[in-house]
Every structure is written in C-alpha cells, then in structure tokens.
Design a protein around this ligand. Sequence first.
Ligand SMILES: NC(=O)C[C@H](N)C(=O)O
Length: 490
Amino acid sequence: MSALTDLTLAGARDALARGETSAVELTRAFLDRVAAHRALNAFITETAEPALAAAAASDARRKSGQAGAMDGLPIGVKDLFCTEGVRTTAASKILGDFTPPYESTVSAKLKAAGAISLGKLNLDEFAMGSSNKTSAFGPVVNPWTRRSDRSARLVPGGSSGGSAAAVAARLVLGATGTDTGGSIRQPAAFCGITGIKPTYGRCSRWGIVAFASSLDQAGPMARTVRDCALMLGSMAGFDPKDSTSVDRAVPDFEAALTGDIRGLRVGIPRQYRPDGLSAEIQAVWDQGIDWLRQAGAEPVEIDLPHTKYALPTYYIVAPAEASSNLARYDGLRFGQRVPGKSLDEMYAKTRAAGFGPEVRRRIMIGTYVLSAGYYDAYYAKAQKVRRLIAEDFRQAFERVDVILTPTAPTPAFGLDDSPADPVTMWLNDVFTIPTSLAGLPGLSLPAGLSGDGLPLGLQLIGRPFDEETVFRVAGVMEQAAGFDARPEGV
Ligand SMILES: NC(=O)C[C@H](N)C(=O)O
C-alpha cells in the first residue's frame, strides 16, 4: 500500500473497514505531516493530543462493531466553526483568546460520525477575502508554490484557504469550509481539490461565526467528488437551532455517483464569457463541455441576464449583514476588550484594535448602505436585484438539469504581488457569487492545469437541494479529467 496519507477519504474509510489500518495509525501519519508542513501556515490551532485520544476511542468503537460513517478519519475544521473547549478565532485578533463553551452543529455531527479533528484551519479574517492574506494569523501558502522558487509564494485562495491547502498538501483527508460568495469553491480551484457549497439551508449555521447570514453555508472540501459526497452526508441535516435550516431528508450522496449522465441537459451561460476571459480558462471550460457531451449529456446555451449585477449586489448585501453581525464584538458581549475612559471610547478602541482593514472596510460599507436615507437606494434595491438573479436561475433550470461554468477567472496568484485594490480582489468571485445569491448548490472540481502548471477549476451548479445531480455530473467529469497532478511544494 502507498503512503497512508495518499489515501482518499473514502479509500481510508474502506481500509479501516477492512482492518488494513487503524485510526491511531492514520492519525499519527497525518499528524506527522501537519508537523512537517507548518511552513504552509494552514493551521491556527493544532489539537494533536485530543486527536490521538479520539483515534484510540474510534478503534475501540470499531472493535465493538459500532463505527460511524466517518469513524477514525482525520479531518480539519475551519476556524470559523465554534468548537467546545478549543480556541476559535475566525482568524481575527478580536477573537484571539475565545474558547467557546459549545460546539457548532456541523462539527458536532462530524464528531458524532467518528471523524477525528486534527485542529482549526486558517482563513481570511471573519471569512472576508479571497487570498487568505487578511488572516490576523498570517497568510496560508498554497502547496502548489514551486519548490524551486519559494520566493514566488502563491495564495491558496480564500476564505477557506487553510482548509484547501491542508487537503491539497495531504495534512488531512477532508476539511470543513464555509462559503458566502465563493469561499469553498475558489480556494478549492486554486489548490486543485474538490469542494461543494450545498444549497442554503442544507447544513446548519448554528455555532458558525456569522458573516452574512442569508448567504453563509458550510460544506466539505476534499480531494475527490466521492469524498465530498461522503463528508456532506455527515454534515448535512435539519437543525431546529438554525431558523434557516431546511427540514429535508439527507440523501445518500455517494449513491448518486452512478457514472451515468446520458440525456442530462447541461446549461452553458452566455454571460459567463466576459470580455477578457483568459484563453486558458476558456479552454478548460470548452474541454469540460466536451467531456460531458462525450458522456451523453447535451450542452445547452442559456441566458442568465442579470449576472452582471451579482457582484455589486453581493457587495451591498454581504457587508450590510456583516455590519449587523459584527456589532456583537464590542468588548462586552464578545471580543478582547481594550479599556477606555468611557463606554464609547472602550467600544472604539476595542474595535479599532481588534479588526483588520478588510473587515473594517466591510463594516463601513455595510453601515453606510443600511443608514437612513441610503437604505432604499442601496440595500432595498440590492434585495430586489437578488430576486432577479434567483429568477434567472429558476427559469434556466426549467430547461437544464445542471449548469457548467469556470470557478474563478484566474489560477492562484502570487502572495506577494496579489491585487492591492479591494475591487480587483473582489472580482475573484464573479462566477461563484450569483449561485450564492440564489442559494443554489455549487461544486468546484479540478479540471486541468494552466500554462504555468497550476490547477484550474470548473463549477457545476444545481437546482435547490439537488446536490445529487451535481455530484453525479461531477463524478463523470472527474473521471474524464483524470486530474492526478500533485502540488509541487509538498
Ligand atoms: N466569504 C466568502 O465567500 C469569500 C468572499 N471572497 C468574500 O470575501 O466575501
């Protein structure tokens, strides 16, 4: 057998079931890699000791015939999920010493399924960013950074950059991510792995540090489509503690991987070919369309006419909700307090010291668009446009079963020469944000390499709560792509 850490999540599950390895052996192997690759800065907090104890307990459960769906499988948890007794920072100074007395529903479900968390993964501060450079704990390095040129470090994407880097570097078998406007899909594309943002309401938001509550959604990140299907099965499900959680049965997502997509109609949106889309992104997209055609699906050109308004709409709605959600970090209810002579001074000092520039920018935009006199012009209008965007998708899905687009407009960019102006950074999400505004499931999978040898991702978008079709098509595409390139830097 090759190295244990080269196994996929599903492969490791099967090896455990056959008794070929143990949870303790697997956990040790991954902990060794975590220790060997600290230079990636993927983890904010490592939990090696509790992980080994949990692995021993998992082996005991398996012996007594009580293993869960993910029993003994080492994973990482984005540091936005509250974890009982384990520091949870949201990569912000303001939560630098916050240890929650409760566990998020999603991480609790993974634990209950037997998964072993090796620790908390780095991210952009409060999940705001596309590069992981906004983390108060330093940026994550993309494992695809060339060995020969360590000075040209690449970003892993964001905000779930620690999750994507840890999976790509084989420090964990899978990781949780969250996605508000692209935070699972864009880093998955940049790091050559697979990630799915499920339908809004599929996974509970309870216990996840809130950014934009009408958009935030948790999802799995792993090396293969099957791994994501397996992991989502353990993360999803109705939760009465989240009022937007939807009471629907969780299907067997792995069973959806039938390999048969004959007769399916795949929408190709005209509006996702903006002027200046790079030739290599266009080429991988055309290749993807071809693979699906060869497998018996029918590509259909579709229109999503309000696409061009998605980015500006998101950058009103998301900051508005963020400004409201982040009001709780005032040094009294939450957040590291900086004392002041008056209550106002304490608030001001606490928030000025605790939040980084991107978070402050979003709070200011959000406060502005919600303020009296501007609410109707910005926020109320953005809500109306959001409906039009969702309506575009609804109409398209009357004609097609799934939609195929690129995930991001570029491959991973340089950590030291990434765009300095925020708007260029925000453009990373042009292809992922419309799906978020419409609440639809979106999956990114690696489909090829750029001219520079960096991974490129394609995105599949599905109907509400139809992750199964998304997985089914993704499985076929994964086979066709045969993406087996390994990051050079690890
Ligand atoms: N949270 C996300 O989905 C990331 C997105 N790039 C943002 O900065 O809002």
